[in-house]
Design a protein around this ligand. Structure first.
Ligand SMILES: Cc1ncc(COP(=O)(O)O)c(C=O)c1O
Length: 691
């Protein structure tokens, strides 16, 4: 590469890394292409719709292909030929942005890095096929790159946007003999033949195909110097210099491959385009590319045991869930305004596992939507607005829910408690006002709810609802003391308020002994909200309530939810319920919970930093303290532990108002061996850190 081009690359890389376009013309060219592509003519005289093309995947690992680029390239030729033969008579398409594992040959490695990311789209057609100019241009340059596995005949056309901004189209693997008719600067009209595809014999041993590349900058290159591939660590730049040429070709297939980028590149892109309020786990973030069962895999293939994912309830990427989604996606996805078997079956199946009183179901897309709808239902039924919440609770990210989430309104950036939110004391048997040893602490803590309701009434207001998770989650993984919800529900109902159980985190059998955690408190809520595990990663959520509450909500205003209850979501929800049943996951939750609680309690006997081990089923918290007498929280020790466990390839996180509660809530499919591995590693790590 010449020195001027190398300098240009460095300068442009510096620009894109600070969030600027590679050069000033990029946005204008992109815009012109977007709004003018309907006028472009064909580049090859062949049908490129989805029925006539097939993708040739050259991203496979070279091991699987027997290193086709070894052996002086002999195998490379054979490989492409075989790939094309496999899809014939369809037209083979080589993808844009593909990381071409097949070019992983020492000869292809330059500058210590392999140039393997493909800048162009390849179209495999018969030799002699005419190549056409798609829109007005002039001949910029042409040449013959006659090296073996070079481009052979090349043409570069220069074009201009309506504002006179130049850009180029690049055509490789043309028959060199056909270039004689061209002259630099010559005008080329749309539809004019600019060359024809070379036969293998005159084409450096490549099977006949067109390498079609779009370029927003020529980088100081002559035709025979142009790169058709780039280094993956420079992709941020090259995707702007050589944008996806399908904007010109209009091939009806997915001919762009996703480019795997380095963590540094991904971080830069996140910082540039993702709102800064989103956070990442860990000091050095992980790039996770695959999941299976209780494991997540990073880009190097390293496996991490996921001990904290209650969304992947039945395990990551469960094959039955994936198959159900893809099957239904293949047939139909639309809104709930048409009759569909999936919706009807799913709401019946959900109703079957809920208390019979809660027979009416709404399907929505997130836990927040479910809780917001619960508030609307409660308002329609009671006419009131005031809500009692448990201190430190979190119920979702919508405005209506930030208002009733002390974790948010009292936390960083919060604007304090709104007048309609009433915050009840958190019933925390470990560090609260009343401790485990005290008598009847559940009902005693619920007195706080009674007091708030009385205060409300004294002000001439009345309770609309009491909302609580059935086990406190963000508040620190705290199972409520016995009798708490029963007493709290009683106080609110006495004054006409409804009781909402937020089962977004803890539902669907996580507690093992019951489908719902509220059942462990011997209550039946008026409204139950469900989310996270319900769709094993798919955005599905639900609200269940009593018919008379639903009837009051149906006041003439239609409830329309574009995605809620669509056939794909319902298929996924059904698959999750089937897996829980068929893989005996309720029993597994019980057994593994017993194993984990036993192991954690044993560790707590040896490590005084583990002040409290608590939980219900596979929803477990371990509270880290500096001193078991004063209960001074030790968030720092927990942070160090979580980072060290990550190094040992186990994923965990912290919770609670003091950030000192280790949160353990693995997928329900966790095995006995995985629990043993977790406990063993935790013990070793605690010892290594001298905790
Ligand atoms: C208890 C609880 N309720 C509601 C929500 C909101 O769910 P989503 O993030 O799906 O909107 C969450 C999310 O963390 C939650 O933990």
């Amino acid at each position: 590469m010449n020195e001027a081009t190398a300098t240009l690359i460095e300068q442009m890389l510096a620009r894109v890394r600070t969030g600027l376009p590679a050069h000033d013309n990029v946005p204008q060219i992109r815009r012109w292409l977007d709004f003018n592509n309907h006028r472009f003519g064909p580049v090859v005289d062949a049908p490129l719709d989805c029925d006539h093309v097939a993708i040739l995947d050259a991203s496979l690992e070279p091991e699987k292909l027997g290193h086709p680029s070894r052996d002086g390239g002999e195998n490379l030729t054979l490989w492409w030929r075989a790939m094309q033969a496999r899809v014939a008579p369809r037209i083979g398409i080589g993808r844009y942005a593909e990381d071409r594992g097949i070019y992983d040959h020492p000869e292809e490695v330059r500058d210590d890095k392999a140039r393997k990311i493909h800048h162009a789209i390849d179209i495999f057609l018969a030799p002699g096929t005419n190549v056409l100019c798609p829109f007005p241009g002039t001949v910029e340059d042409f040449g013959n790159d006659a090296e073996r596995h070079g481009f052979d005949g090349i043409v570069i056309l220069r074009h201009e946007t309506d504002d006179g901004v130049p850009f180029w189209t690049f055509y490789g693997h043309l028959a060199p003999s056909g270039l004689a008719i061209l002259q630099r600067g010559q005008r080329v009209a749309p539809g004019a033949v600019i060359g024809r595809l070379a036969a293998e014999t005159e084409n450096g041993d490549w099977p006949p195909h067109l390498h079609f590349q779009l370029m927003t900058h020529l980088m100081g290159w002559k035709a025979i110097e142009v790169n058709g591939l780039s280094r993956s660590d420079q992709w941020e730049l090259w995707r702007e210099i050589c944008p996806n040429p399908n904007i010109v070709l209009g091939i009806g297939a997915d001919c762009a491959a996703p480019v795997a980028r380095s963590k540094a590149q991904l971080l830069r892109e996140r910082q540039r385009h993702l709102a800064p309020s989103f956070s990442l786990a860990y000091d050095a973030p992980l790039k996770i590319v695959r999941g299976s069962g209780c494991h997540l895999y990073d880009e190097t293939g390293a496996a991490y045991l996921d001990m904290v994912n209650n969304v992947a309830h039945v395990g990551h990427a469960h094959p039955r869930v994936v198959a159900a989604a893809s099957r239904q996606m293949h047939d139909l996805n639309t809104n709930s305004r048409y009759l569909h078997d999936n919706l009807a079956t799913y709401i019946r199946r959900l109703a079957e596992i809920l208390p019979p009183e809660l027979s009416v179901i709404y399907l929505v897309n997130s836990g927040s939507e479910a809780n917001d709808l619960a508030l609307r239902l409660a308002h329609a039924h009671t006419g009131a607005r005031d809500v009692v919440v448990v201190d430190h609770a979190y119920h979702g990210h919508l405005s209506s829910l930030i208002d009733i989430s002390p974790y948010k309104f009292d936390g960083p950036g919060g604007e304090g408690r709104p007048a309609h939110s009433w915050v009840a004391e958190m019933p925390d048997p470990y560090r609260g006002r009343l401790r485990s040893g005290d008598k009847e602490i559940g009902p005693a803590y619920a007195e706080s709810v009674a007091t708030l309701v009385m205060d409300m009434i004294a002000l001439g207001r009345k309770p609309m609802a009491f909302i609580a998770e059935s086990i406190q989650g963000c508040g620190g993984q705290i199972p409520f003391p016995p009798g708490y919800l029963q007493a709290a529900y009683g106080h609110v109902r006495r004054e006409g308020g409804l009781c909402i159980a937020d089962e977004v985190q803890v539902g669907f059998g996580r507690v093992g002994t019951h489908w719902w955690a509220f059942e462990t408190q011997g209550v039946v809520p008026d409204i139950v909200t469900m989310g996270k595990p319900i769709g094993a990663g798919h955005p599905l959520a639900a609200v269940a309530t009593r018919p008379e509450i639903a009837a009051n909500f149906a006041n003439g205003m239609e409830y329309f939810n574009t995605f809620g209850g669509n056939p794909v979501s319902a298929a996924i929800g059904l698959a999750v319920l089937d897996v829980i049943r068929d893989e005996r996951l309720l029993a597994n939750a019980r057994d593994r919970a017993a194993q984990l609680m036993d192991g954690l309690r044993r560790l707590a006997q040896q490590h005084r930093v583990m002040g409290d081990v608590r939980g219900l089923g596979l929803f477990i918290g371990v509270e880290f303290v500096k001193d078991r007498g004063t209960l001074q929280p030790d968030a720092d020790a927990l942070k160090r532990l979580i980072e060290a466990m990550k190094s040992a390839r186990i994923l965990l996180s912290s919770e609670g108002p003091h950030h000192n509660v280790l949160k353990v809530k693995p997928p329900l499919v966790i095995s006995a061996a995985e629990c043993d591995h977790f406990l063993g590693t935790l013990g070793r790590t605690l010892r290594d850190l001298s905790l």
